[in-house]
Design a protein around this ligand. Structure first.
Ligand SMILES: Nc1ncnc2c1ncn2[C@@H]1O[C@H](COP(=O)(O)OP(=O)(O)OP(=O)(O)O)[C@@H](O)[C@H]1O
Length: 366
C-alpha cells in the first residue's frame, strides 16, 4: 500500500513546460491548496490545472477531501494555505465574481418543493440578474434539453431523484456559467437515470465548451465521461491523467487484460499462463470460481489443487504488454480448449482498487 502511495504520480504535470502550457488555457488552477481543521489536514497541498472544455473527474473515497476542495474553489471556505484560481479569479478574494462564472450542483440540491421546475429555474435566473423574459425562454429551453419539458409545470416536490438531478443540471446552467462543478451528481439515481444524466453532461460540455469538474466515488461513471481523472486519497492527489496515462505512469502496473474462456481448466494451466513472460496475474472470476467449485463437488472431486479436467473457466490475465497471441497459444498447447477470448482495457476500477484499497485484480469479475 505504502509503495503504491509513494509511487503516486501526477501524470498531468510531467514537466514544467507542460505545466506552463496547461496554465495558459486552464480555467481552474489550484496551487498548494491546503485545508486544515485543527490538527487534521483535509486537503494537503493540492496542485491541479483543468483546461477549458475539459471534463475532469475528481475521484476518491468518502472523506478524501473532494467537497472541501470544491468549497475552497467556490470561495465558500478559506484555504489554510495555497491558492485557487477559477476563470482567472481568486476564489478567496473574489468569491462573488467566481460565483457568477461557476455553476455548482451540490450532492443535496434543494428546490422550492411547492413550485414547479420551471418556476424554480426562473427564480434562479432572476437571482443571477437574467431579465424575466429571457429567464423564461432559457428555462424552457433547458427543461427541453434535460428531458423535463413535460414536467415543467409539475411541482418539484413530486419529482423523482433522477428528475431532480436533471433539474439541478438545468439550474446550474441557467446563468450560462463557464464552469460547472458537480458534487456526486448521480447519487441515488437508478442505472438508466445515471447513464442519461452522464450523456447529458457530456453533450452539454461538448456543445457549449463548458469546463466540468465532477466529483465522485463511482469509478465507472467517471470513466465513462471524463477526459481526465484525478485520484484523490486522504487529501492528496496521488495521480492524475487520462486513463492511458494513468495505466502507463503507475509504474509496473498492468495495462492489458485478456479474458479467456477455457474448457479443461486446471491449476497446471494456471501455472503455465503465469509463466508466460510479462504476465502479472491470473485470476478466475468470482462467479466462475464458485460455479467451478460447485461443479467439482457434484463430480465428487476434492479440492486437490488440480481442478476438474473438463472444468470450464473464465480467467483474466493481466500483463504490462499485449500477450493475446501467446496466451491463446499457451492454452491450446496445454491441451485445453479455448472457447472464447476477449481483450479488455485495464480499467479505472482496477487502478482505483490497487491504489485505494491496496489490492490487485485477483478474483474480480469486471
Ligand atoms: N467543518 C469541518 N470540520 C472538521 N472536519 C471536517 C469539516 N469538513 C470536513 N471535514 C473532514 O475533512 C475530511 C474531508 O471531507 P470532505 O467532505 O471534503 O470529503 P469528501 O471527499 O467530499 O467525502 P464525501 O464523498 O463523503 O463527501 C473528512 O474527514 C471530514 O470529516
Amino acid at each position: 500500500m505504502d509503495a503504491a502511495w509513494n509511487a503516486g504520480v501526477n501524470a498531468g504535470f510531467e514537466d514544467a513546460e507542460t505545466d506552463r502550457a496547461s496554465q495558459a488555457s486552464s480555467v481552474i488552477e489550484l496551487r498548494g491548496l491546503t485545508k486544515k481543521y485543527g490538527d487534521f489536514t483535509a486537503v494537503d497541498g493540492l496542485d491541479l490545472s483543468i483546461r477549458q472544455g475539459e471534463i475532469f473527474g475528481l475521484l476518491g473515497p468518502n472523506g478524501a477531501g473532494k467537497t472541501t476542495t470544491i468549497l475552497m474553489m467556490l470561495g465558500l471556505t478559506e484555504p489554510t494555505a495555497g491558492s485557487s484560481t477559477v476563470c482567472g479569479l481568486d476564489s478567496t478574494r473574489q468569491p462573488m465574481q467566481v460565483k457568477r462564472r461557476v455553476g455548482y450542483m451540490p450532492d443535496d440540491i434543494g428546490f422550492y418543493e411547492d413550485r414547479s421546475g420551471l418556476d424554480n429555474l426562473v427564480y434562479t435566473a432572476r437571482l443571477n440578474g437574467v431579465p424575466e423574459k429571457e429567464a423564461r425562454e432559457r428555462a424552457q429551453q433547458l427543461l427541453e434539453k434535460v428531458g423535463l419539458a413535460e414536467a415543467a409545470r409539475k411541482k418539484t416536490g413530486a419529482y423523482s431523484r433522477g428528475m431532480r438531478q436533471r433539474l439541478g443540471l438545468a439550474d446550474v446552467l441557467i446563468k450560462r456559467p463557464d464552469v460547472i462543478i458537480l458534487d456526486e451528481p448521480t447519487l441515488g439515481i437508478d442505472p438508466e437515470g445515471v447513464r442519461e444524466l452522464l450523456v447529458l453532461i457530456r453533450e452539454m460540455s461538448r456543445n457549449e465548451g463548458l469546463t466540468v469538474l465532477l466529483s465522485s466515488h463511482h469509478l465507472h461513471q467517471v470513466q465513462q465521461i471524463c477526459d481526465r481523472v484525478g485520484l484523490f486519497v486522504k487529501g492528496r492527489l496521488i495521480a492524475s491523467g487520462d486513463l492511458d496515462t494513468l495505466s502507463r505512469e503507475l509504474d509496473g502496473g498492468p495495462t492489458h487484460l485478456v479474458e479467456l474462456d477455457v474448457a479443461g481448466w486446471s491449476s497446471a494451466l494456471e501455472e503455465t499462463l503465469l509463466s508466460v513472460e510479462g504476465v502479472l496475474s491470473v485470476s478466475r472470476s468470482e462467479a466462475d470460481a464458485l460455479a467451478g467449485r460447485e461443479a467439482d463437488a457434484l463430480a465428487g472431486r476434492e479440492a486437490d489443487g488440480h481442478g476438474a479436467p473438463n472444468a470450464a473457466a473464465t480467467v483474466r490475465v493481466a500483463s504490462s504488454v499485449d500477450l493475446t497471441a501467446q496466451l491463446a497459444a499457451a492454452v491450446v498447447t496445454s491441451g485445453a480448449a479455448l472457447r472464447g477470448l476477449r481483450r479488455t482495457r485495464y480499467g479505472l476500477d482496477d487502478i482505483y482498487h490497487r491504489y485505494f484499497e491496496g489490492g490487485d485484480s485477483h478474483g474480480r469479475t469486471h
